[in-house]
Design a protein around this ligand. Structure first.
Ligand code: ATP
Ligand code: MG
Ligand code: MG
Ligand code: MG
Length: 474
């Protein structure tokens, strides 16, 4: 089954259950300055859950483009290292705004996955988790759906764990949240990893495919949990992960959506190995960066623009490592447009614009990349111990335009660490000096803070055709 067929089947299934098919919203959340990027299907419906927005429907379904490269959900560092994480992916979702709750949500998910009429997955390969105290969800799975007890795991909220499952889902530090139940697929003994809740769960054998969240609370800034006006449902299934299963492959990078991209990246970088980590990073990053640019983000030194810049520079560095000629990255855009243009026509219309933005960033970074890599290699060669000093990371950032995570990425490849506290201290010191000199220091420090005023311009530009034209004028 092609990814596009799976996307369609999902929407068709939920339409047949009375859900309104709603298009994907942009990656920049329309009216939510608390969120860096749209990181889940529920984002555009946030106010429906909170009871602040009334729609003509109480059930919806969508295939939402998502970016997880900053903020609460940040998978940037996982890309290239796991079979299942991207910075950009599509989330298939069904939503109930005070309409159905746990029972229907669970039954819908199970029917779609296992019914011969729909995906027809073998039930013995599926496992589920429920929130530790959620006996109701447990009983629905066990008694009504018939999932055996040894395939149901109770999981609490594992605060602080890096990947470890956490069955209390939240969009961000504030906003709608609630307990969830997740469905996992066993890719087989030959792959390292253990079932959810086990010490080996971070492996890629049991892969989480679908999260069903029972939205019940709104978390306020002071941490208070306020019950929502009506219990609701929010679900998300990664299109790339379910495609891997339906296409009989293990890694998301082996699915149809990635084939042409990996091929094009292979040709441009001269790397013939489609399993090469850097090649995968590049194929992933061309998706997130292109879609962010389509949605109005431009590389900059702060907020959303800085996240975009970080991803682009990371991709360029990986190309450099493969020996790619400078300026290879923007040449991947046509392959992406070819692959995803049917689902996202804006990608085709804006191909030239996306290429131009990427090319300019490539040209700018090219001036300092080689030199910066030289400095970093020297520092590593002279290293006593396993930690690159914060001062070095800061110099690379400040003089050579290396985002901190790029230095961290290099360090990780060589089994080293970077002194992040030292980096931040150097940053603070510089800011202090700038302030003392009466300059405006900006907020480029963390690079992740959202600057509402600049960033929302991008969104407005998208909404406003006149401005879009001005922006895209060559
Ligand atoms: P994981 O534990 O594997 O990191 P998650 O629990 O963070 O996933 P959710 O927030 O529950 O993911 O999102 C719902 C679904 O979206 C997941 O079950 C998965 O199928 C998909 N998904 C989440 N993050 C990614 C990602 N970075 N790349 C691709 N798909 C993803
Ligand atoms: Mg995650
Ligand atoms: Mg998870
Ligand atoms: Mg999850």
């Amino acid at each position: 089954m092609k990814s596009s067929d799976i996307r369609k089947a999902f929407l068709d299934y939920f339409a047949s259950k009375g859900h309104e098919v709603v298009p994907s919203s942009p990656l920049i959340p329309g009216n939510d300055p608390t969120l860096l990027f749209t990181n889940a299907g529920m984002v555009q419906f946030k106010d429906c859950f909170l009871g602040k927005d009334q729609r003509s429907y109480t059930r919806a379904t969508s295939s939402q483009r998502c970016v997880r490269a900053g903020g609460k959900h940040n998978d940037l560092e996982n890309v290239g290292y796991t079979a299942r994480h991207h910075t950009f992916f599509e989330m298939l979702g069904n939503f109930s705004f005070g309409d159905y709750f746990k029972e229907d949500a669970i039954k819908f998910a199970w029917e779609f996955l296992t019914s011969p009429q729909w995906l027809n997955l073998p039930t013995e390969k599926l496992m589920v988790t429920v929130y530790a105290e959620d006996d109701e969800a447990y009983d629905i799975w066990n008694k009504q759906v018939g999932v055996p007890a040894d395939k149901i795991v109770r999981i609490g909220d594992n605060k602080g764990a890096r990947y470890a499952s956490d069955n209390f889902w939240a969009m961000g530090d504030t906003g709608p949240c609630g307990p969830c139940t997740e469905i996992f697929y066993d890719h087989g003994e030959h792959i390292w990893g253990g079932p959810p809740g086990s010490p080996e769960e971070d492996g890629d054998r049991f892969i989480e495919i679908w999260n069903n969240v029972f939205m019940q609370f709104e978390r306020k800034e002071n941490g208070d949990m306020i019950p929502l006006p009506k219990p609701s449902v929010d679900t998300g299934m990664g299109l790339e992960r379910i495609s891997a299963i339906m296409q009989g492959v293990h890694s998301n990078y082996e699915i149809d959506l990635f084939q042409a991209l990996l091929k094009a990246a292979g040709e441009l970088t001269g790397c013939k190995d489609s399993e090469n980590k850097s090649l995968r990073v590049i194929a992933d990053h061309i998706r997130s960066t292109s879609f962010l640019i389509v949605d109005g983000v431009l590389p900059s030194n702060e907020g959303r623009g800085y996240v975009l810049r970080r991803i682009i520079r990371r991709a360029i560095r990986h190309g450099h490592m493969l020996g790619a000629p400078l300026g290879f990255f923007h040449k991947l855009v046509p392959a992406l447009a070819e692959q995803m243009g049917d689902a996202y026509p804006e990608l085709v219309t804006l191909t030239a614009h996306v290429q131009k933005v990427l090319r300019l960033e490539e040209e700018q970074f090219a001036k300092t990349l080689d030199k910066g890599m030289g400095i970093l290699n020297e520092a590593i060669a002279g290293l006593k111990g396993d930690t690159i000093p914060g001062e070095t990371a800061f110099k690379l950032y400040d003089t050579y335009g290396f985002p901190f995570d790029l230095t961290a990425d290099v360090a990780r490849e060589r089994d080293l660490k970077v002194d992040e506290d030292g980096f931040n201290a150097a940053m603070d010191k510089q800011r202090e000096m700038a302030r003392a000199a009466g300059n405006f220091a900006g907020n480029y420090g963390k690079g992740l803070e959202i600057d509402g005023s600049t960033e929302f311009l991008g969104y407005t530009q998208l909404e406003n055709t006149g401005a879009v034209k001005a922006l895209f004028k060559d």
